[in-house]
Every structure is written in structure tokens, then in C-alpha cells.
Design a protein around this ligand. Structure first.
Ligand SMILES: [Zn+2]
Length: 249
């Protein structure tokens, strides 16, 4: 898959159903990748926009990260992946950045958007949440530009695997978990065993254990093996309360 560069590519991106927006390549692979795979298996078209290309990372170059994110996109069964090339590790909420992102949202026209949870240890993660939320709002403004039709996503949910919260939604990703793990291990410059910077990045065994424990913890909350947690800002509506899960006992 070719990683779209919105400042160079002229071809129109495809229309998609669900879009995850994340700060760094390899974020969605650790947070909402199982849900994206599950949606693709159900026949929905899915996409990811990473805001930065990891140019401040201590391992590998940003070209490595982009090539690895293209490989990971295959494992995640994505229809589209783009990278905004915003500055890594010093992400700022600027009007120019939001306008560029809003333009991408108007072209892709997703109904569902998955953002990072609004509180995080890494400033890029919470700033990404803010930038992307505001870009989703701006994308719905008719007079934003003369080139693209307005579009505001129907629903925003927040991927909260990094934050210690009580999630409103847990998606069962038991069958998708191994494929999600493969997508993360596609980032060989980050997770391959290497002496260089090895005390900064968990090696494959450790990252596997950490992600398994997190997914197992959230899966356990809904009575399945592996789960991905989400927060929402609105209450969850349900048509048939008789079907409400998980079971209480
Ligand atoms: Zn990140």
C-alpha cells in the first residue's frame, strides 16, 4: 500500500466507513487495530491517518517508519492509510494543521472516527485527540473551502488502551488479536531486537506480553479473551435492552 502524502498526491482517496486518526505510526496497532480488522472482516472500508511519521524516534528513520506503516496497513486490512507529516514529539494544534486534516476528512467521508483518549502521558497523544476532534468539526463547515463538500463524521469514539479508565464500550477482538500483533511487529525498526536503544523500547517478547495483558484485562470485563476498550462522550443508546451485554452474573 502507498502511504498517501496529502501535500504531494493529487489522486482522490477512496471513500471509507471508519477512520482512525493517531499521532504516530504504530499507535493504532496497539490501541484500536483489532476493531479495524473486525470492521474490515464485516465488509466495511477502513482507513488510518497518522499525524506524524516518527521523525524524532530514536530508532530508524521516518522513511523506515512510513514503509513499515504500509506493511502494517496490509495486516490491518486497511483500504487507506495517510500520513500528515506533522512534526513528531512536538505536535501543535494549529489552524493550518486542522485545515489540512479537515480536507482529508472531507475527501474520505468516514461515518465513524476513532481518536486517542483525550488524556495521555505522551503530549502528542492528547494533542492528536484535540486536533482531530476539532478537524472533524471543521470538516462539516460548508464554507471551509470551495474544493470539497462538507462532511462531519456521525460518531467519534476514543481508544483508551493507554489510559486507566472505565471504558463505556469494549470490542471483542479475540479472533483479530494475532493479526493485530503481526501488524505491530511489522515495525521492525521499533520492535526488532537491537542493541541500539534497547533500554528505551520493549523487545518483541515484552511488547507481546504487555499487549496480551492489556487486551486480556479488557476482554475479561466482557467475558471474552481479548478486548479493546473505548470511551465515548455521549451515553450509549441501545434499541433492545433485552440484548444488553455482557451478562451480570
Ligand atoms: Zn504514539
Amino acid at each position: 500500500m502507498k502511504i498517501r502524502n496529502p501535500f504531494e498526491d493529487i489522486e482522490e482517496p477512496p471513500q471509507i466507513d471508519a477512520l482512525a486518526i493517531a499521532a504516530h505510526p504504530d499507535d493504532v496497532e496497539q490501541t484500536c487495530g483489532g476493531t479495524l480488522i473486525r470492521l474490515a472482516e464485516m465488509g466495511y472500508k477502513t482507513g488510518v491517518i497518522d499525524l506524524t511519521a516518527g521523525d524524532m524516534g530514536s530508532r530508524g528513520t521516518h522513511e523506515d517508519r512510513l514503509a513499515e506503516s504500509a506493511n502494517a496497513a496490509g495486516h490491518l486490512m486497511l483500504t487507506f492509510r495517510g500520513n500528515m507529516r506533522f512534526p513528531d514529539a512536538r505536535l501543535e494544534n494549529t489552524l493550518a494543521g486542522k485545515l489540512s486534516l479537515a480536507g482529508e476528512i472531507r475527501r474520505l467521508r468516514p461515518r465513524l472516527v476513532i481518536l486517542p483518549y483525550w488524556e495521555a502521558r505522551h503530549p502528542d497523544h492528547y494533542r492528536c485527540s484535540e486536533i482531530a476532534y476539532e478537524a472533524c468539526f471543521m470538516a462539516g463547515l460548508r464554507k471551509l473551502d470551495h474544493y470539497t463538500e462538507p462532511h462531519r463524521p456521525r460518531k467519534v469514539i476514543y481508544s483508551s488502551s493507554y489510559a486507566n479508565i472505565n471504558p463505556a464500550i469494549v470490542v471483542d477482538v479475540t479472533r483479530q488479536f494475532e493479526r493485530r500483533m503481526e501488524s505491530l511487529l511489522a515495525y521492525k525498526s521499533q520492535y526488532g531486537a537491537s542493541a541500539n536503544g534497547s533500554d528505551l523500547f520493549p523487545e518483541e517478547k515484552e511488547i507481546r506480553e504487555r499487549l496480551e495483558m492489556t487486551a486480556r484485562f479488557y476482554g475479561n470485563l466482557i467475558g471474552v479473551k481479548y478486548g479493546e476498550p473505548y470511551a465515548v462522550k455521549e451515553p450509549v443508546a441501545i434499541d433492545d435492552v433485552m440484548d444488553l451485554g455482557p451478562k451480570s452474573f
